[in-house]
Design a protein around this ligand. Structure first.
Ligand code: 3UK
Length: 507
């Protein structure tokens, strides 16, 4: 499908006003555990925010505005208000501290922040930043200032290729990168993955765990439901238990979260409370076949695995329904091309390992970063993942390219060993990396394992898991070293930090 957008396009107007034109203003739009906003409510609040930005705070189109707060309706009102005013939204993770926020401020040239009143602590010391709070109840709070404004706002007629947002990569390795996305990109993710794979209806209720600062969350919890005229339940804390509670209480139909949360919900015995779910999306890490099957057996729902990236804004390979091959990420989302290439950028034959390259309506634009040249070759974005494509065109994730373990001449993908371990009923989570072995002069496959509550972490269990792995995949891949841990190190976006495990393994 070819995506056609007019040259002048403001994605916030499309998501709000155009949707209201189609479905009316009285439909429910944003829910929190305590509130329900209709589309009309959201438009009123977003317009009020836009007026405060332009009339009181002197915002001019192109100015960047930092947003900080947990997922809730006011964060969405601020995001849409910034975009309607022609500003650029720089949404940040609520967990970030002053040092990281200062880097973001400098990299993105931000002078103004809209911040949840409970999260100002880490922002206050950031030099050169004006902070306006929302939610405090004080008279000069953004909520009150917006409410005092007359209704309506003439949105800035931005160009379709004006920058709408700057998203920072969470970084499984440390140094953050800033990616820029246009107004049309925001609509393009809804008009590709959501429209053709997820296919939501106006009576769907969405929820999920990813923060809106993670573009997985922005798409899955704001852009997709609003584009479809549907409703979305925003949770400030979205632990697996909280997700299951929310699904049961509100009758959620579309859930988006990470593989580890699907496993955790099953391990905690929540399957019976998930009966209202119609669609589930998993992204951020590979969804192991064992997790897909266990979830399907327990709930009847076929999880949609999708690989996305901050650089691409959202998901570009996925599959749904009968098209799903459990364990595979799927096929390119309509509108995207993907292929597996060698180090020179030439496609490798089907069935062979290579680097994933993708192109489509969205794509990588780093803000002032020379890594642009490394990441984009001839219009193809290189994601840093090792993949195999099969003869039927399905893409199979092997590892992050730097997570391949070379042990005694063998190429071993850490995630493949993890997947084998996860098939064992006592394993809830695990991470597998290579660690140097001085004696053998090679890398040793090393596993860190979180056991189910109540299972004894002893040598017998370790040997049992090693034997289990040998019986499940080629024996040379088994974890020669295996340690039990309480939890695995993860990024704010829920990704396993294998570089931390490698550091642990080095001692
Ligand atoms: C990995 C996956 C296997 C992969 C994201 C959906 O994760 C997102 O963006 P990030 O920039 O990370 C990108 C990297 O994460 N990955 C993501 N999904 C999968 N690996 N299977 C998957 N299904 O290494 C990729 O290069 O944090 C995901 C939507 C928006 C996003 N930003």
């Amino acid at each position: 499908p070819e995506l056609r957008y007019p040259p002048r396009l403001n994605c916030a107007v499309e998501l709000l006003d155009t949707t209201i034109g189609r479905h009316g203003a009285d439909r429910r739009c944003l829910l929190s555990p305590t509130e329900t906003w209709t589309y009309g409510d959201l438009r009123r609040h977003a317009d009020g925010v836009a007026r405060v930005l332009v009339e009181d705070l002197g915002l001019v189109p192109g100015n960047r505005v930092l947003l900080r707060g947990p997922n809730n309706p006011w964060l969405v009102a601020c995001w849409l208000g910034v975009l309607k005013a022609g500003g650029v939204a720089v949404t940040t993770m609520a967990l970030l501290r002053t040092a990281e926020l200062s880097v973001i401020r400098e990299m993105a040239h931000v002078d103004l922040a809209l911040c949840d009143h409970r999260f100002t602590g880490a922002l206050a010391p950031v030099p050169g930043l004006r902070v306006v709070t929302y939610g405090s109840g004080a008279d000069d709070d953004l909520v009150h200032r917006a409410a005092r404004k007359p209704a309506g706002f003439d949105a800035v007629p931005t160009a379709a290729d004006d920058i709408a947002l700057i998203a920072f990569t969470s970084g499984t390795t440390g140094r953050p990168k800033a990616t820029m996305h246009f107004h049309r990109d925001v609509l393009a993710i809804a008009d590709t993955f959501s429209r053709h794979v997820l296919r939501p209806a106006a009576d769907d209720l969405f929820t999920g765990s990813p923060p809106l600062a993670f573009t997985f969350g922005l798409g899955a919890l704001v852009v997709f439901p609003l584009r479809a005229g549907a409703a979305t339940l925003l949770l400030e804390t979205a632990t697996p238990d909280a997700l299951a509670d929310a699904v049961a209480r509100h009758g959620v139909t579309v859930l988006s979260t990470a593989p580890t949360a699907y496993r955790a919900m099953l391990a905690a015995g929540h399957a019976d409370r998930l009966t209202s779910l119609r669609r589930c999306v998993s992204a951020g890490e590979a969804l192991p076949e064992a997790t897909w099957r266990a979830f399907h057996d327990a709930t009847g729902v076929r999880i949609i695995d999708g690989i996305g990236a901050t650089e691409m804004l959202h998901i570009f390979i996925a599959a749904a329904d009968d098209d799903i091959r459990p364990g595979s990420t799927g096929r390119p989302v309509p509108g995207y091309d993907a292929r597996v290439v060698d180090d020179e950028g030439r496609p490798v034959p089907d069935g062979e390992l290579g680097r994933l390259a993708v192109r489509g309506p969205t794509g990588c634009r780093y803000l002032a970063d020379d890594r642009q040249r490394v990441y984009v070759e001839n219009g193809w974005n290189l994601t840093g993942d090792t993949y195999v494509r099969d003869a039927d065109g399905y893409f199979w994730h092997q590892a992050r390219s730097d997570d391949m373990i070379i042990s005694a001449g063998y190429n071993i993908a850490g995630p493949e060993v993890e997947e084998a371990l996860l098939r064992h009923p006592d394993v809830v989570e695990c991470g597998v990396v290579g660690s140097p072995d001085e004696v053998r002069g090679t890398m040793v496959v090393t596993a860190y394992v979180v056991l189910r509550d109540g299972v004894a972490a002893d040598d017998t269990k370790a040997r049992e898991l090693q034997d289990f792995t040998k019986a499940t995949i080629a024996p040379y891949k088994y974890p020669r070293r295996l340690e039990f841990v309480e939890a695995l190190p993860r990024t704010d976006t829920g990704k396993l930090q294998r570089f931390r495990l490698r550091a642990m393994a080095r001692g």
